[in-house]
Design a protein around this ligand. Structure first.
Ligand SMILES: [Ca+2]
Ligand SMILES: [Ca+2]
Length: 278
């Protein structure tokens, strides 16, 4: 428990620092939310009995946060000689592969409507690493909708962020961003008017969909991705990352990615090759 609290404290400290660097501390917006989270965490650590200035208290948070502790993380031996830590967060689900070998699959099933969680894992591999990702937004069925029949029936939206750290050096060697090549294999609904249908039916206008399936051999390193587009980078404001996102100290270069349409692109495949740092 102490260890997990400590990790949460260090992750919050790093995120606080990052957000503080990115934004003016007097600006409104993301900060008040972070401020509240900070107060909540300090109270959990019994360091604070009532809300007060996060600015005055930010320094003690960093005490003992020298390096990432990977001791408690799940480990996957994929035969290589170098250890890597992969952190990923998806709205709603992702699986990461080294070639065709599974590194990690989101521990919360894709059939869970509200599943926002981060996954961290250590695996072994050798440069160059061929990483492959399956990213899925939750859909109740092929209409692409969620909360069907309820007052909040809607096209859910997606989003994904990851970073890869070489464990022995602590260097971040890959992040989600513009060097990922991705392709959308499930799009629904094709007509957004479907969202307002009283009884939306998959495959019937306006609730038609496109489900291409995973192309054969897409995880192979020789696979032809010339028809794949570069990934689309989305802002945190658009993705509005939820539960779990704040538990990871994201490198400032890691971007939130998805297909071009956060709502109607429901399953996406992405590939990236990670070369040894120079
Ligand atoms: Ca979603
Ligand atoms: Ca969707």
């Amino acid at each position: 428990m102490a260890s997990s609290l400590n990790k949460e404290r260090c992750a919050t400290a790093r995120n606080w620092e990052r957000i503080g660097n990115e934004r003016s501390l007097t600006e409104n917006g993301a900060l008040p939310r972070q401020h509240r989270k900070y107060d909540q965490m300090l109270r959990k650590l019994s360091l604070l009995t009532r809300p007060c200035s996060a600015l005055l208290l930010s320094l003690p948070l960093f005490v003992g946060c020298g390096g990432d502790d990977t001791a408690d993380l799940p480990r996957v031996d994929l035969g290589g000689s170098t250890e890597f830590r992969l952190d990923g967060w998806a709205d709603n689900w992702f699986a990461a592969y080294l070639g065709d070998q599974l590194i990690v699959e989101d521990s919360v099933s894709i059939t869970t409507e509200r599943s926002f969680n981060a996954e961290s894992v250590v695996f072994t591999g050798d440069y160059p690493l061929e990483l492959n990702f399956v990213l899925k937004d939750y859909i109740e069925n092929d209409t692409g909708l969620e909360y069907i029949g309820e007052s909040n029936q809607q096209m859910g939206d997606g989003g994904f962020i990851m970073q890869l750290t070489q464990v022995d050096t602590g260097e971040v060697v890959a992040v989600s961003g513009s060097d990922f090549v991705c392709t959308v294999i499930h799009t629904a609904p094709l007509d957004t008017a479907c969202e307002s249908e009283e009884t939306p039916e998959a495959g019937t206008a306006p609730c038609e969909f496109e489900d291409l399936g995973e192309p054969d051999g897409w995880q192979n390193s020789g696979f032809d991705t010339s028809g794949w587009t570069a990934t689309t980078i989305h802002s945190a404001a658009d993705v509005d990352p939820k539960i779990g996102y704040d538990e990871i100290a994201w490198d400032s270069s890691a971007e939130l990615i998805w297909g071009p349409n956060l709502e109607t692109n429901n399953t996406i495949l992405c590939k990236v090759t990670v070369n040894a740092p120079e």
